[in-house]
Design a protein around this ligand. Structure first.
Ligand code: 6R9
Length: 646
């Protein structure tokens, strides 16, 4: 079946920065002479000391090293705030929309600058200095952006942990980052419910040890325990400091932040991003992908706990002097019309969300959308997982009333910014395809042996050379960085995604090819869920796979073998689901638990996940070769139980 193709709408062809010819020309330049291209692009930020070297990168597995603009110095907070004051001090930088539709706030660049300086001084007064790691565990309130920029201002490295993660997950990240400072809030508010952030942070600090300072932002005013000497309320500390705080001069390659993300093995990795290349890359992508012009109202619905929030709520937009909307709530609270009501209330022009939200709202029908105007919308975006063509068409037709292009942006925590994407004035759209590479990006599709494939093909997605927004290392474990991304296909960056390229050179991401599952746009390693399950006293063994889920994209299917003497029951099932929620967080709750007397293993003891995936997908007829199993009858038992549980 040939997919439908959507042309660039007429008004976009005239309004946009780039048409197709301009994209082609600029793309070619970016690839043929990256040094010249990125030297030119680096002018979009202010430098304290100019760089003389542009690109200095090696993908050689014996010496992976990624450096951009390495001898220049700058500061991210200066670029996101100070340099805008003369021209746009009174322009709104952040529109904050609270969980309750009655709560909102507008913060100008001048106000944001003052607040960031104050926060930075609170941190400094507590002894935080350049290079220190500061853990941020906050809800979606303006103070989250303020805290990030305050760290950047003084050269501290932030590590944001999503507010939905459990105390255990938070503790692991505090420990790994060797962080002695936590910034949290009394409580978070989402969908009308309170989240006990301070209580969680206390439990995590106890577990991790070494936490010397906890700065607590008051969100709800709930009474929380404050530990004398360690804990301080932000508003009280802020009264004692000035709003004058010079920016630290940062080397281009000094760390900006760490963000933990799941991989196929082991504990989550601390993805490390540095200063100048990251900022240049998020700024250029924010400008061209969203065709951002002065005065646009831009809304990305992500949480700052994920990379999308870092790059496209805070750093990219603020570097470009944009007005960025920050939303505390959820798509279906108080009703399924919330997103579109917020669009109308703040006259949003660009709206960037995740397929899982689109699918959930699609299921709720057209009526909540159609009762709103949405006339301000010009551009729609999607990120986090493959968007199925049905959801794409609905988003385009119902939400965008056939007039707004959709930018389906493919990228990763590791890539720092968008790598494969349409540009709205340049790219014809095919529903479900992330389309073409951004400037400076050379995608390569390789076969199982690592040979690059030409033309229309399907295989594993690699990137042939570095771009400025790329992660530099795994915090504290460079060897793991090399192993994870540069050893499978030596000489290339391996993304972990499968991909197809069609006859027009369009890229279609087919999903992860490793043991990572993407649940509602959130990455989870199957190994993480398994290790949470086997930590339960009644569980002897567990194997976790993803399976297709109507709304979440993928759901979590767990096969659990119980300790001898334990009996399967509905109560135990519920207990195990609750256990995983407590161990990792609600996003990791298994959707299905199948009790299995044993798991299909090879003679060398490896669990054959391929078979477990097929059973979870209900594809019994297509189990493939089971002859290498130590005990093939195990499979019949699993299939029978699966069928019985339907
Ligand atoms: C930005 C972000 C990265 C993984 C990535 C891929 C999937 C993201 C996608 C997409 C298809 C898109 N992914 N965007 N798949 N089309 N437009 O989501 O980062 O949380 O690190 O996840 O998400 O599988 O490898 P992260």
């Amino acid at each position: 079946m040939t997919p439908k193709v959507y042309d660039v709408p007429g008004d976009w062809a005239t309004r946009a920065y780039l048409d197709d010819a301009a994209y082609q020309e600029m793309y070619k330049r970016s690839i043929s002479d990256p040094n010249a291209f990125w030297a030119e692009q680096a002018k979009r930020i202010d430098w304290f000391k100019p760089f003389t070297k542009v690109k200095n990168t090696s993908y050689d597995p014996h010496n992976v090293s990624i450096r951009w603009f390495e001898d220049g110095t700058t500061n991210v907070a200066h670029n996101c705030l100070d340099r805008h004051l003369a021209t746009r001090g009174d322009q709104v930088a952040i529109i904050w929309e609270g969980d309750d539709p009655k709560d909102d706030r507008k913060i100008t660049y001048k106000e944001l600058h003052a607040e960031v300086c104050r926060f930075a001084n609170v941190l400094k007064a507590r002894g935080v200095k350049k290079g220190d790691r500061v853990t941020i565990y906050l809800p979606m309130i303006p103070e989250a952006a303020v805290a990030m920029l305050a760290c950047a201002r003084i050269g501290a490295v932030h590590s944001i942990v999503f507010g939905g993660f459990s105390p255990d997950s938070l503790a692991g990240r505090i420990e790994d980052a060797k962080s002695t400072v936590i910034i949290t809030a009394d409580e978070g508010v989402r969908g009308g419910r309170k989240v006990p952030l301070k209580t969680n942070a206390d439990a995590a600090a106890t577990r991790a040890g070494g936490v010397e300072t906890m700065v607590v932002v008051r969100r709800t005013g709930a009474a929380v325990a404050m530990q004398a000497g360690r804990d301080v309320y932000y508003d009280e500390a802020a009264k004692t400091v000035s709003t004058d705080c010079p920016c630290e001069e940062m080397g281009a390659e000094d760390p900006l932040f760490i963000l933990y993300t799941s991989g196929s093995t082991g504990k989550p990795k601390g993805v490390l991003h540095t200063t100048a290349g990251y900022l240049v890359y998020t700024a250029i992508t924010h400008q061209y992908v969203f065709d951002y012009h002065d005065g646009d109202i831009y809304w990305c619905t992500a949480d700052v706990g994920w990379v999308t929030g870092h790059s496209y709520i805070v750093y990219g937009p603020l570097a470009n002097g944009a007005t960025t909307l920050m939303f505390e709530g959820v798509p279906n609270y108080p009703t399924n019309a919330r997103f579109w009501e917020v669009v109308d209330k703040h006259q949003v022009n660009t709206f960037y969300t995740a397929p899982t939200a689109i699918r959930a709202l699609m299921q709720a029908g057209d009526e909540p959308v159609k009762k709103t105007s949405r006339k301000s919308l010009r551009l729609l975006g999607s990120v986090g997982e493959p968007i199925n063509p049905e959801a794409w068409e609905w988003y385009h037709r119902v939400v965008g009333e056939d007039r707004c292009p959709i930018v389906d942006t493919w990228w990763q925590t590791e890539t720092g910014g968008i790598l494969i994407t349409p540009l709205p004035g340049a790219t014809k759209l095919k529903p479900g395809s992330a389309t073409r590479p951004f400037f400076g990006v050379v995608p390569q599709i390789v076969d199982a042996a690592g040979n690059p494939l030409d033309g229309a093909c399907e295989g594993s997605l690699c990137i042939a050379d570095s771009w400025p927004g790329q992660m530099r290392t795994v915090f504290g474990d460079h060897e793991r960085f090399v192993q994870t991304y540069f050893s499978t296909y030596p000489g290339r960056y391996f993304t972990g995604d499968g991909c197809r390229r069609d006859e027009d050179g369009y890229y279609w991401i087919t999903g992860r090819v490793d043991d990572v599952i993407n649940v509602a746009g959130h990455r989870l390693g199957t190994a993480e869920v398994e290790s949470a399950l086997v930590a339960h006293a009644k569980v002897s063994e567990a194997a976790v796979v993803g399976f297709p889920h109507d709304i979440k994209g993928q759901g979590i299917y767990a096969y659990v073998t119980l300790m001898t003497g334990q009996q399967p029951s509905e109560e135990l099932r519920a207990e195990l689901v609750a256990w995983v929620r407590k161990e990792i967080g609600p996003i990791a709750s298994p959707d299905v638990i199948q009790f299995a007397p044993s798991l299909p293993k090879t003679r060398s003891g490896k669990i054959m996940r391929r078979i477990l995936r097929k059973i979870a997908e209900n594809e019994f007829g297509n189990l493939g070769d089971t002859s290498t199993l130590a005990d093939p009858t195990v499979v019949d038992d699993l299939v029978n139980n699966r069928q019985a549980s339907q």
